[in-house]
Ligand binder design. Structure first.
Ligand SMILES: [Zn+2]
Length: 252
């Protein structure tokens, strides 16, 4: 994608006259477009906000929180990033897990259900699986209510294990309860960095290979803070809301 400068906000109007003008997803490359003067009651300041459009847009998902890393992850993300955290119920119920979840939501990110104890679903009974989902539901629902936001009801199976012989019953339960099952297009394998099976360069290469609109998986790890997010920022790759994007919803 060509790098273009974006003029945004009322401040740009103060320039007056004809302005070559672009908006995200809509670019006029030929004719200039005249911007109408604002209502005379408005006071237009001289400030011009220059926005560099992202080189690539992905949907970053960060699994297995909340952890002691969550707040650092929030601080490391680009201010425009919107990420989906798939959280584990028993971690939400421990210590300050719930408060961290509320902080995540307040910053505009989403939280999805990633089961209560992160078991292999194929090794559980259907009753156990329903408990895994519904117990986690309670904490996530409460967090969304606390911040007055609507829960988009996203679910990700631990280990990508859809439940073996209980798969159909589990999927039916999720559907009946309004859940969208979220898989992923690219696993960054950040956990391999900590086990010594992946180098810094390999993790960075995994991040760079993510394609436009890919759903990308990583975890609440040091590698995510030190390698994944800094690489996304340096490559000008932005993460968007998974739940709100119709292009993605059809792929879930
Ligand atoms: Zn997980």
């Amino acid at each position: 994608m060509d790098r273009r400068l974006f003029l945004a906000g009322l401040g740009s109007i103060a320039l007056g006259g004809a302005i070559r003008y672009s908006t995200l997803g809509c670019t006029q490359s030929g004719n200039s477009e005249t911007i109408k003067q604002p209502e005379p009651t408005l006071t237009i300041g001289p400030e011009i906000k220059v926005i560099t459009p992202p080189e690539k847009q992905i949907y970053l998902t960060i699994d297995d929180g909340p952890t002691s890393y969550t707040e650092q992850i929030l601080d490391t993300l680009h201010p425009d990033d919107r990420v989906t955290f798939f959280m584990i119920g028993e971690r939400l119920d421990k210590q300050n897990g719930y408060d961290i979840a509320c902080e995540v939501l307040k910053k505009g990110h989403d939280i999805g259900n990633h089961s209560y104890t992160h078991p292999f679903f194929s090794k559980q009974t259907i009753d156990d699986l329903i408990r895994e989902i519904s117990h986690t539901d309670k904490a996530i629902d409460a967090a969304y209510k606390t911040v007055s936001r609507e829960n988009p009801r996203l679910f990700r199976f631990p280990y990508n294990d859809f439940g073996g012989k209980n798969m159909r019953a589990t999927k039916r339960y999720l559907k009946e309860n309004g859940y969208i099952i979220v898989r992923w297009d690219r696993d960054l394998r950040d956990w391999e960095y900590h086990s010594g099976r992946a180098s810094v360069d390999q993790i960075i290469a995994n991040v760079t290979k993510a394609k436009q609109y890919d759903i990308v998986l990583c975890h609440e790890t040091r590698a995510t803070i030190e390698l994944v997010i800094p690489t996304l920022r340096s490559k000008n790759i932005r993460s968007s809301h998974l739940a709100k994007d119709s292009k993605v919803k059809t792929r879930l």
